[in-house]
Each structure stands twice: as structure tokens, then as C-alpha cells.
Design a binder for this molecule. Structure first.
Ligand SMILES: *[C@@H]1O[C@H](CO)[C@@H](O)[C@H](O)[C@H]1NC(C)=O
Ligand SMILES: *[C@@H]1O[C@H](CO)[C@@H](O)[C@H](O)[C@H]1NC(C)=O
Ligand SMILES: *[C@@H]1O[C@H](CO)[C@@H](O)[C@H](O)[C@H]1NC(C)=O
Length: 482
């Protein structure tokens, strides 16, 4: 009797597990749009060292791109000329071994993060079939134009394009229905884009590195196009191209180009390496393009403020979060800051926030503070010399908060400060017994893998700032302001 009961319950338990698993998975998929931490670059069960190594490797550059004979800057300067050259087809003929440029293969990794394919000649893009027909190549190349190759979860959500040899013009290749005289640039806003951090690190900064040298004479082809996403960043695209973005997956036309680049060049997280970029541009030039795009007037921060309505006070912007990693005493923080002489604003950006409005608010700030999370990406709008205070949740997360915001800040001319949350400021202290490993041994939790780390320290932790420490931090921020 007992055993038959058990055997009847067993399948139900299994199917419950399947249902719960499916629910978790779909939740995960849903929140990819919003939460960068849902899916991760890390496989479960990795040790801390491997975690770090993986994180490190994502910012480690490969040298393939550089030719020893000349500086890579010069090399890329040549591309500028080619971009406007009227007769690129000859180069394909000259290149040996299947359509590579200057001995480069047609497609190559610009780093562990991104593959770039660069072709010239007779090029026909059939978006509906994810096919690109190219004269002068002798084999197929498959590629995904999104800068997160080391992250299979992200890449699952990126459509693959195939470059196919166009052997003779009477073959199966479709006829051009739209001829373009400028180069095309194909990229994707699949993956994790929609999350502000990923928008910048995976898409917008690489896009800038890869296309600013065309001086707006380039046609963007966007795969996985989310219309709201395009609307959000259109003012920025306008800095890079004079043409409307084409929704390439759904377009019925066969677009033809004299040259096409598929996939961006990636340098480092939210950063540009000037020595490797055409015209030696830096992330400051990227910021300048953003400023122009969103009409941001303030160039430099000041301890005397300067944004309209601040009455000579420096402005503090507190980046608020609603769901996880909340400030539990945000109001007290705001009062303390006001008493310390700041003009205080509290705001929470989400994916529906109007970019231009929010960018202006951030640009009006002299000091910005927030708990580690995508909202801090807004530092791209801070004026030069502004202070960014990243509140690092309890849990030994410095390696993560370093790569994501601390390291990029310096190049962006942002003055960076950490605020490391102490255990007695963390809600974790109420959630676990004092001798629990989550409190006593964060690295043991890291060793259980990303999911465990995320669950313990990122999803369920809120922060009650020690107001004395907070005041002292604000004072230091003030001292650092120009
Ligand atoms: C990761 O990078 C940091 C800083 O560059 C370095 O100190 C650390 O040893 C690296 N860790 C691994 C596992 O490579
Ligand atoms: C290609 O176009 C056809 C209709 O012309 C459509 O039914 C199909 O879904 C499209 N395929 C893709 C992958 O967009
Ligand atoms: C595009 O250019 C090709 C080659 O010059 C020409 O044969 C074709 O008719 C053009 N197509 C359109 C739609 O203009």
C-alpha cells in the first residue's frame, strides 16, 4: 500500500519539479530584459579563482588585431580611408585566402568578447534568411554580432548570420532590391541588452569604437530589434549615422553594400583603448557624443554646484532601487545630505525612463551614489570631475564591483569612491544566524557558484546606511570635487 502510494506520488513530484524549473527558466528569460544578474557569464559550481579568472579574461585583450610592423592606430586610420573609398572591390581580389583584408580572415575575434567580420565587394544582405552573400570569399562564416561571446546565456538570444560565398552573380543569390553607396554595419540588440549596463558595455561602446570613423556615412542594420530600445538610443545613433536604423531581421528588401562590417570591435568593459581605436579616440569622446546626443550642457562638476536650481550647492543624486539592494533609510540619507549642504535628488531609472530627461538629471549632479547595479551605468552622463560613490553590498564583491564600475570610471573622468557595506548595515544580519557562512565566509558562498552568490548577496540584501559613515563619505566626496 505504502509503496504504491509512493510510486504514484513520485511522477507527480518529478512533474512538479519540471514545472517549477520551467517557471524559473521563464522568469529568468523575462527578467533578462531587466536584470543583468539573472543570467550570468559564470557556470554554477566554479571556484572563486575560476570565477575571477573568467571575469578577468573577459577584459583581457588578445593581440591578433595588432600588426607588429605598424601601430594599430595607423592600421585603423587606414580603415577610415577605406570607409570612404570608392573602389573597395579591388581589395577583395587582392586579399589572399578567402576575402580577408590585409591577410586577416574574413571574421576574427577582436577579443574574447566579440567577433567582427569585414567584407568588401558585391554584398547582398537577405535579412529574412539571415544570409549575407559576399563576393570573393570561398567558404561560409557564421557569426553572432553581439559583444558577449564568452557568455553562452547571452549569445543564445542573438540571431546568427551566415556569410555565404557569392560565386557568380547569376547563382542562387537574390537580386539587390536596395543599393547603398555607404558601408553597412550589422549589430544586434539581443543578448542582455535592455539592461542599461549591458546596453553600454555590450552594444553602445563597441558600436562607437567600430563606427565613429565612418563620420556618419554608414547604414546601421539592427538584428533582434526592439523598437523601444531603438527609440531610446536614436539620439545617440544620430551622432554616428545620418540614416535610420534598418530592422534587418524583418526587412523584406535585399540590401546591397560595397562594404559591410558584421559585429563590433570590443576593447574592455565600458571602455575604449585609444591606442587601438581609429583616430585614437577614448571613452571621453564617447561621452562627448552622448552629451551632444542628449543635449547635456554641463561639462564639469563643481563643489559650488552650477546646475540650474542648485543655488550654489553641489547636487547629490541618490540612485534608488525598488526591488533588491534597496536603501532602507533613503529619506534619512537625503536629510543628512541636505544638512551637509547638498542639493539632493533621489531617482530610480528603469528601462522605461526617458533617456534624455534622466541623462539631464545625472548631468546636473556633482555627486552620484547608488548600490551596485545597472543604474550606476548612468555615470556616463556625469560631468567631468563628478564623484561616483558605489555602495558595495556585503559579501566580498569587490572583484565584481571593480570590473563593472570602478575600473571604467577613471577613463570617464569620474572620481570614483567605494562605500563597502559593513555587516551591521546589511539586512543579511536579520536574515541569517550570526554563525551562518553567508555572514562569516562569503568566499565559501562564491565557491558554490554565481547563482548562490547572486541569491545570497545581490537578490536578498538591502542596506541601512550608517549615517555617520555616510556623512563622512559625503565630506570626502565634497573634498574631491573641483
Ligand atoms: C584577476 O585580476 C586581478 C587584477 O588584475 C588580479 O589581481 C588577480 O590575481 C586576477 N585573478 C585571476 C584568478 O587571474
Ligand atoms: C521570412 O519571410 C516570410 C514571409 O515572406 C515569413 O513568413 C518568415 O517568418 C520570415 N522569416 C524570418 C526568419 O523572419
Ligand atoms: C543595384 O545595383 C545593381 C548593380 O549595379 C543593379 O543591377 C540593380 O539594378 C540595382 N538595383 C536597384 C534596385 O537599384
Amino acid at each position: 500500500m505504502k509503496s504504491s502510494l509512493r510510486s504514484r506520488q513520485e511522477p507527480r513530484r518529478v512533474s512538479n519539479a519540471v514545472i517549477i524549473g520551467a517557471m524559473l527558466l521563464s522568469l529568468c528569460v523575462l527578467s533578462i530584459v531587466k536584470a543583468r544578474y539573472c543570467a550570468t557569464p559564470f557556470a554554477a559550481g566554479k571556484a572563486e579563482d575560476q570565477l575571477q579568472e573568467q571575469m578577468n579574461s573577459s577584459i583581457r585583450m588578445e593581440t591578433e588585431e595588432e600588426s607588429p610592423a605598424r601601430t594599430s592606430g595607423e592600421e585603423e586610420d587606414d580603415e577610415e580611408e577605406e570607409a570612404t573609398s570608392a573602389a573597395p572591390a579591388a581589395k577583395v581580389v587582392a586579399a589572399a585566402g578567402g576575402g580577408g583584408r590585409k591577410g586577416k580572415p574574413t571574421c576574427y575575434m577582436t577579443s574574447k568578447r566579440s567577433e567582427r567580420c569585414d567584407v568588401s565587394g558585391d554584398i547582398r544582405v537577405d535579412g529574412n534568411r539571415s544570409a549575407i552573400y559576399v563576393s570573393g570569399i570561398d567558404r561560409e562564416w557564421k557569426t553572432k554580432p553581439y559583444a558577449r561571446y564568452h557568455d553562452p546565456v547571452a549569445m543564445e538570444h542573438v540571431r546568427q548570420y551566415t556569410l555565404k560565398p557569392l560565386l557568380d552573380t547569376t547563382s542562387a543569390a537574390p537580386a539587390c532590391t536596395k543599393n547603398h553607396s555607404v558601408p553597412g554595419f550589422l549589430f544586434s540588440n539581443g543578448g542582455f541588452s535592455g539592461n542599461l549596463y549591458h546596453d553600454y558595455t555590450d552594444v553602445l561602446v563597441p558600436l562607437f569604437i567600430s563606427t565613429h570613423q565612418f563620420k556618419r556615412r554608414v547604414q546601421f542594420l539592427l538584428s533582434g530589434m526592439k523598437p523601444w530600445w531603438v527609440v531610446k538610443f536614436t539620439p545617440f545613433f544620430r551622432q554616428l549615422t545620418r540614416f535610420d536604423v534598418i530592422d534587418v531581421d524583418n526587412d523584406r528588401e535585399v540590401h546591397c553594400f560595397p562594404r559591410l562590417v558584421v559585429g563590433a570591435t570590443f576593447h574592455k568593459d565600458m571602455g575604449v583603448i585609444p591606442a587601438k581605436s581609429p583616430g585614437h579616440v577614448s571613452v571621453v569622446d564617447f561621452k562627448r557624443a552622448l552629451r551632444a546626443a542628449f543635449g547635456l550642457e554641463r561639462e564639469a562638476a563643481s563643489r559650488r554646484g552650477g546646475a540650474p536650481g542648485t543655488n550654489g550647492k553641489p547636487r547629490l543624486l541618490i540612485i534608488s532601487r525598488r526591488n533588491s539592494r534597496r536603501f532602507l533609510n533613503e529619506r534619512e540619507m537625503a536629510s543628512a545630505a541636505a544638512a551637509a549642504g547638498f542639493d539632493v535628488r533621489v531617482a530610480e531609472p528603469d528601462q522605461h525612463t526617458d533617456m534624455a530627461t534622466f541623462a539631464k538629471l545625472v548631468n546636473s549632479a556633482d555627486v552620484m551614489i547608488g548600490v551596485h547595479g545597472a543604474g550606476l551605468t548612468n555615470m556616463v552622463f556625469l560631468p567631468r570631475g563628478a564623484v561616483l560613490i558605489q555602495v558595495v553590498p556585503f559579501g566580498g564583491l569587490e572583484w565584481l564591483t571593480g570590473v563593472t564600475f570602478k575600473d571604467p570610471a577613471a577613463d570617464m573622468e569620474v572620481n570614483y569612491m567605494d562605500y563597502n557595506v559593513k555587516l551591521d548595515e546589511s539586512s543579511l544580519i536579520d536574515q541569517y544566524p550570526r554563525n551562518h557562512p553567508v555572514l562569516t565566509d562569503p568566499y565559501a558562498i562564491h565557491k558554490q557558484g554565481w547563482d548562490a552568490l547572486k541569491a545570497a548577496y545581490l537578490d536578498k540584501q538591502n542596506i541601512r546606511m550608517d549615517l555617520d559613515r555616510f556623512r563622512a563619505t559625503l565630506q570626502e566626496a565634497l573634498n574631491r570635487l573641483p
